[in-house]
Write a protein that binds this ligand. Sequence first.
Ligand code: DOR
Ligand code: ZN
Length: 419
Amino acid sequence: MSSLLIKNARYLGDSVDLLVVDGKVQSLSASINAPADAEIVDAAGKILFPSLIDVHTHLREPGYEWKETVATGLSSAAHGGFGAILCMANTDPVNDDAAVTEQILESARRSWPNGPRVHPIGAATVGLKGEELTRMSELKDAGCVAISNDGRPVGNTEIFRRMLEYAADLDLIVIDHCEDPYLAAKSHMNEGATSGVLGVKGQPDVAETIQASRSILLADYLGVPVHIAHVSAKRTVDIIAWGKSRGVKVTAETTPHYLTLDDTAVNGYNTLAKVNPPLRTPADVAAMREAVKTGVIDMLATDHAPHAAHEKETPFDEAPNGFTGMDLALTITYGLVREGVLTEADLIRLWATEPARVFNLPVNTFEPGAPADFFLFDPELEWQVTPETLYSKSHNTPWLGKSLKGRVSAHWIGGVKIV
Ligand code: DOR
Ligand code: ZN
């Protein structure tokens, strides 16, 4: 029997001790006497969190290992407080085949045997081409926990309908990257005042809303669930709220960047602020904050999308979309707690319990018997975002060079210290 006692941590505003025995939570209370053999960790000044779940990451292996590997992605996850992550299928080869799923899982087992855990998301269509459905049951048997065409939105509504039906039969949720491919064609940022001034072709926010509406209407018609990825626009929040009010089984995520940045971050043709869906307007940011508070948006996810420095150091129109995200996610969203927008309980709901509920994954509730997946967050630690302080292989974030406050200081999964 091995036991671990975390002393004097802060949990939802109270000072607590946490006793872990054999990888499981034994008790959480104001004061616990140490068992004879216990390892004791003094956590004074640190905040205790259950390990977070990131339902939207891109790990780049196989095929794009210069951007990220499963090993470096999991390092970023471990240091960001994530105990489990879901990874998208836009690798090379695409994860449209059980052999690719198994390769990802094997890389994870080899590099981080004690976790964080990886749960691959299978491609919805072969090669993500949007033409032919994948063999979803084989993907599920190999370990995929959801289905998505993320990065390559599905234009054909008939194929999208079949995708929803087959996935639902297998109890797999479809995660929809909502973007009308015609309205969004060749766009590089949000369509609005800033794109007008910069002379960059913009993507109207309604490109997202139209596809989200399609998903919600089909989910309603078929009586199946659908999960809307990385919501960026107020209009989309409104249509999700409508779906929920009708009883449609629609869930949704947004990211730290849509809660904190608007399209003026692109000024100066800043490729580090180029992401898809694009950063929108201050009114959209306000709507996202409201939606995570009320639960119209169920959860947070990073859309961790690493790209190498040389790939972002190009003319704006040529740069790839995306931000590396897992190192920064909790620090950025803890900033919203400081601002009074969210509470620590909201963060636990949005980053852990709701992702676990929707994607049917284990989560640490700190009830006796729960998996001892948890970390300590030092809210006072000041750090600068540099290539050296990020564990992801890539450093493509609009926060690069900025000074931030708060970071994970230690992380345990199943009672084993991983960082
Ligand atoms: O910004 C993005 N990056 N959006 C996507 O849809 C794909 C992702 C990537 O894979 O880089
Ligand atoms: Zn994505």
